[in-house]
Write a protein that binds this ligand. Structure first.
Ligand code: ADP
Length: 356
C-alpha cells in the first residue's frame, strides 16, 4: 500500500503540471487584458502578461493608480458597485471604455468572481477595439460628408432646375420645360436615394437618431397611396389608430417601399389593398398585392441586405435594400414587419407598431 501511493501521487502531480502548463501557454499568449482587484481596497491581485506589457508591474498597487491616469481616487466610472448586489455576484457588466493611460478603446467585461481565499473580487477582461472605433469614426465622417456636402450641390441643381422649368413655361417652351422638370425629378430621386443609403448605414450601426412626433398613420398611408397610384391602391381604415409616436419621414419611407414593391411586383391592372387598424395593443398596417409572390425558400431572406429573388431584376430594377431598411426602421420603433406570400397569387406585408 505504502509502496504504490507515491507513484499515484507522482502521476497526479505530472498530470496537474501538464494541465497547468497548457493553461498558462494559452492564457499567457492572449492579447487581452485580464486583471483581478479587491472590490473594496482596489488593490490589484493578479494581471496576465499582456496587461503587464501595457502597464508594467502593477500587482499590489491600486487599480485606479496603476491602470488609469490622473485619478485622485477610485475612478468615477468604476463598475464595482454593479458587480455585487446584496452580497451576490451579478451577471457580467459589459461596456466600452477609452483607457486613460494608453488612449486605446476596450470592450470590457467585468464580473465578481470568488478568489482563491474565498472573498469576492473584481475580474475584468478587456479586448482592444480601437481599430473598430476608428473605423466607426471614419464611417461617421464619410456619412456626414455624403449627407451634407454631396446633397448641397444636388439641392442647388434642383432649385436651379425649378427656376429654369418655370422660366421656360413662361417663355412658352413646354417641351423644354418638361426636360427641366425631368432634371428636377432626377435630382429629387437621387437626394432620396442618398438619404436612404445614409439612414440604412446609420440604422445598421445603431447610430440613427429618430425624430419622433405624433403621426396619423391612416392619413399618412392615404396621402402616399393617393400620390403613388390612386387608381390601383385602395386604403381601408375601419378603426383608425390614435396618433403614433413615430419618425414621420422614416416611417413614410417604409410605407412607400411596401407600396412601390406591391406596384412593381404585380400586373399593371391588378389592385393593391391596404388596411390600417388596431389589433390588441398594436397599430397594424397590411399591404396586399396580387402579384408574382415570393417563393417559400426566399421568405426568410426578404428582409436581409441586398436580397433580390431570382427573376426580380428582370421584373424591376432595385438594390435589394428597401425591405432591409424598412425592417430596421420598424424595429427601431419597437415594431415588427412580416410577410405571407404565395408564388403566383401575391404577397401580404404586415407592419405592427406599439400603440404607445
Ligand atoms: P428591391 O425591390 O429594390 O429589389 P426590396 O428590399 O424592396 O428591394 O425587396 C427585396 C426583394 O424582395 C425584391 O427584389 C423582390 O424579389 C422581393 N419582393 C419585395 N416585395 C415584393 C412583393 N410585393 N412581391 C413579390 N416580391 C417582392
Amino acid at each position: 500500500m505504502s509502496a504504490t501511493a507515491p507513484a499515484h501521487d507522482t502521476t497526479v502531480r505530472t498530470a496537474l503540471l501538464e494541465h497547468f502548463r497548457q493553461f498558462a501557454a494559452v492564457f499567457d499568449s492572449m492579447n487581452v487584458i485580464v486583471y483581478v482587484a479587491d472590490l473594496d481596497t482596489h488593490e490589484v491581485l493578479f494581471v496576465n502578461p499582456y496587461t503587464e506589457s501595457l502597464f508594467g508591474s502593477v500587482v499590489g498597487k491600486k487599480c485606479w493608480q496603476a491602470l488609469q491616469a490622473g485619478q485622485p481616487g477610485p475612478c468615477p466610472f468604476c463598475s464595482n458597485h454593479r458587480l455585487v448586489v446584496d452580497g451576490r455576484p451579478q451577471p457580467p457588466y459589459v461596456w466600452e471604455f477609452q483607457n486613460t493611460v494608453t488612449g486605446r478603446w476596450f470592450l470590457c467585461i467585468d464580473r465578481a468572481i470568488r478568489w482563491t481565499d474565498g472573498r469576492l473580487v473584481r475580474m475584468e477582461v478587456a479586448v482592444d477595439i480601437t481599430a473598430r472605433k476608428e473605423a466607426d469614426a471614419l464611417r461617421e465622417q464619410i456619412l456626414s460628408l455624403i449627407s451634407h456636402d454631396l446633397r448641397n450641390p444636388l439641392c442647388g441643381m434642383s432649385s436651379a432646375g425649378q427656376n429654369l422649368r418655370d422660366r421656360l413655361r413662361e417663355l412658352g417652351q413646354p417641351e423644354l420645360a418638361q426636360v427641366a422638370g425631368d432634371l428636377v425629378s432626377s435630382a429629387h430621386r437621387m437626394d432620396a436615394l442618398i438619404e436612404e443609403l445614409v439612414d440604412t448605414v446609420r440604422l445598421h450601426s445603431g447610430t440613427l437618431q429618430l425624430r419622433r412626433a405624433p403621426v396619423d398613420l391612416a392619413a399618412l398611408v392615404r396621402g402616399l397611396a393617393f400620390a403613388m397610384d390612386r387608381r390601383r391602391i385602395s386604403v381601408d381604415a375601419p378603426v383608425e389608430p390614435p396618433p403614433l409616436h413615430v419618425d414621420a419621414s422614416r416611417f413614410a419611407r417604409v410605407v412607400e417601399n411596401l407600396l412601390s414593391n406591391a406596384l412593381k411586383y404585380s400586373p399593371a391592372d391588378s389592385n393593391i389593398e391596404v388596411t390600417v387598424g388596431i389589433e390588441g395593443e398594436e397599430a397594424v398596417l397590411r399591404v396586399r398585392d396580387h402579384g408574382i409572390g415570393i417563393a417559400a425558400e426566399d421568405l426568410p431572406r426578404v428582409f436581409t441586405r441586398f436580397f433580390r429573388a431570382s427573376g426580380a431584376q428582370k421584373k424591376a430594377p432595385g438594390l435589394g435594400l428597401g425591405l432591409y431598411g424598412a425592417r430596421l426602421i420598424v424595429e427601431a420603433h419597437g415594431g415588427r414587419i412580416t410577410v405571407e406570400s404565395e408564388p403566383g397569387r401575391g404577397s401580404c406585408f404586415r407592419v405592427a407598431l406599439p400603440l404607445s
